[in-house]
Design a protein around this ligand. Structure first.
Ligand code: SAM
Length: 579
């Protein structure tokens, strides 16, 4: 474990552009960044966050205002706060907050910023950090430290106080607790395995945890999300099923986006004499990922969770950028995407893809956002622009799509069989196309025109053009257009796979009005999923007036991102007629 000495700066990272052309490229959107959910108790809408930026004035008559900013609901900050409350004890926290003197923001007096303290890590947060107890004069306070496991004895440097907790950097693990250790990525056990940047890179959080325990951690995350955010009482949330592991636990990631900063003004250019300018310093170009708890980019030569072809391409890209770095005025992001080589000829509606003809071929790495990527999922071929959305772990896509299929048609069920599938937030058609064999008709809806173009092309490449309809528009407006296409709730099933911010209220309202036989909600943010499913079940009880309602039949995580704390959650909703 490396020693972390500097205090992190809290300033926002500089803007980045794509690395294709150094000049005048547009600012790239970080696809991995969580979208802030916007309301506290209901699915997201266009309303502003209720408590964002709320000010609390400390001390009457004082001119200095102390801004205490609460995290957006369902954000990682909100989830951490819930972890802290559970750790300190809800009764204790309620008591402190009930005083109304904002003392939940006041760290214990002797806990000074930049001080190094000794702790015993208590529990692991949802996002994989440790929480340790700091108690002084009856005041309980949590210390958040990354990379420590429950039971580890550590030294940590406090750099920020927050509500009921302080953030600290890991300085040293003095004594390891073996309970959660011994994973393949634990370099104490396997010095050659895992990632040499673990402990410094902000990308992975759970590498040193054995894989089976990573899966348990993710099942707990799903469980906690429903306890905290669904508003559903005990019996309405089924027991969380074991997390389905990823067939590949390393070398699985088919897309990575390392980034780099432009040379700062003070940096000494290679062609510059030191006498030319005062105050120039040496600067080196770092291409990689954000550092954990420290500002700036961590220089990354390889990423062991990325596929081998991406790691090979990373060497070339790093070389290319280092050679041209002085032409960049702003930082930039590099896209690296794993692809099959373009098939020859490209399958078409007239001559569709034949899975029997496919052979094992060497993959290629694509760096141009507009170039087409090809991926196989089971007996289907997909293509999409490299810069657009597609799931990043191909190795788990057959288990995931097969699971959704079985959830819709449970073996031995006597329930009415849906004949039509509506794939909402369909992207380039992953669920609609892989599940199409079970349905008479499939409709997909998606906000991004390019993805709909890709979905149509994918349907044609797989010979599915006649049984599929792909509609570009907001999912919030789409159910109205479905009857014209022959879709009605009483013979349909809906797959819902929204971005991290979850569904909007208008979407869920339409889903309730459509009243499908089954809905399967797949989500990369279990916290907004819990909120949406909680709302949906509760509303269905009101609207069903004792005649019908939706039940949450099953819940389980899929590990699309081994070694990280992320979990994909699949919730199955079934319409139940009550008389
Ligand atoms: C998590 S991705 C899922 C894509 C696809 N189901 C898959 O697995 O490849 C979410 C998709 O929802 C789309 N999207 C985002 N907001 C939307 C909205 N309001 N209405 C419809 N689609 C939306 C995004 O463009 C993105 O393709």
């Amino acid at each position: 474990m490396s020693v972390v000495a500097d205090s992190p700066s809290r300033s926002p990272p500089p803007k980045r552009v794509r690395a294709e052309s150094p000049a005048a490229a547009p600012a790239a959107v970080d696809a991995a960044a969580p979208a802030a959910a916007s309301t506290a108790a209901a699915p997201s809408s266009s309303k502003p966050a209720q408590n964002k930026g709320k000010n609390f004035q400390q001390g009457k008559g004082k001119r200095k205002r102390n801004r205490h900013i609460l995290p957006d609901p369902y954000s990682s900050g909100d989830v951490l706060y819930r972890d802290v409350v559970d750790f300190l004890g809800k009764e204790y926290v309620d008591e402190i907050i009930a005083k109304g003197d904002s003392s939940e923001w006041d760290a214990p007096a002797d806990l000074e910023l930049m001080s190094v303290i000794e702790l015993t890590a208590g529990v692991m947060t949802v996002s994989g950090e440790s929480l340790s107890m700091y108690e002084k004069d009856g005041k309980k306070w949590a210390i958040v430290v990354p990379f420590a496991h429950p039971g580890d004895k550590i030294r940590a440097k406090v750099f920020k106080h927050d509500r009921l907790c302080s953030m600290a950097d890991m300085v040293e693990i003095v004594e390891y607790c073996d309970d959660l250790r011994g994973g393949e990525g634990d370099r104490r056990v396997n010095p050659e395995a895992g990632c040499k940047y673990f402990g410094e890179c902000g990308g992975c959080q759970l590498q040193s945890v054995p894989y089976a325990k990573q899966l348990l951690h993710k099942a707990r995350t799903v469980d906690l999300a429903y306890q905290r955010f669904s508003g559903l009482q005990g019996g309405k949330v089924p027991g969380i099923l074991p997390t389905i592991g990823s067939p590949k636990q390393w070398g699985y990631r088919t897309k990575i986006t390392p980034h780099f900063d432009a040379p700062p003004k003070w940096a000494q250019r290679p062609d510059q004499n030191e006498e030319d300018a005062n105050d120039v310093r040496e600067w080196s170009c770092r291409i990689g990922f954000d550092r954990k708890g420290k500002p700036g980019v961590l220089d990354i030569e390889e990423c062991p969770i990325a596929t081998p072809v991406l790691n090979a391409k990373l060497i070339d890209e790093r070389q290319r950028i280092k050679e041209t770095i002085w032409s960049f005025k702003r930082g930039a992001t590099v896209l690296l995407r794993d692809s099959l080589p373009a098939p020859e000829p490209i399958p078409t509606a007239e001559s569709p893809y034949d899975p029997a003809s496919s052979t094992e071929v060497a993959h290629v790495a694509i760096t141009n956002h507009k170039e087409l990527v090809y991926e196989r999922v089971g007996s289907f071929l997909f293509s999409f622009a490299a810069g657009s959305f597609f799931q990043n772990n191909n190795s788990i896509l057959i288990p995931l799509t097969e699971y959704v299929k079985e959830a819709i048609f449970p073996p031995g069920s006597t329930a009415k069989r849906p004949t039509h599938l509506v794939d909402t937030y369909c992207g380039s058609g992953l669920f609609g196309i892989t599940l199409s064999t079970e349905f008479e008709r499939v409709a997909g809806v998606e906000i991004t025109a390019d993805s709909i173009t890709a979905a149509k092309k994918n349907a044609a490449m797989n010979g599915l053009q006649d049984k599929t309809t792909w509609l570009c528009g907001k999912a919030e407006q789409i159910f109205g257009g479905l009857p014209e296409q022959g879709f009605a709730g009483d013979h349909s099933c809906v797959v819902i796979d929204p971005p991290r911010k979850g569904c909007d209220t208008p979407f869920l309202e339409q889903l309730l009005a459509f009243k499908p036989l089954t809905a399967v909600y797949v989500s990369c943010n279990v916290h907004t999923q819990a909120r949406d499913i909680g709302w949906f079940i509760t509303e269905s009880e009101k609207r069903g007036e004792g005649k019908w309602r939706y039940e949450l039949e099953s819940l389980r995580g899929f590990d699309l991102f081994p070694q990280t704390a992320h979990v994909e959650s699949v919730g199955v909703l079934r319409l139940v007629e009550l008389n």
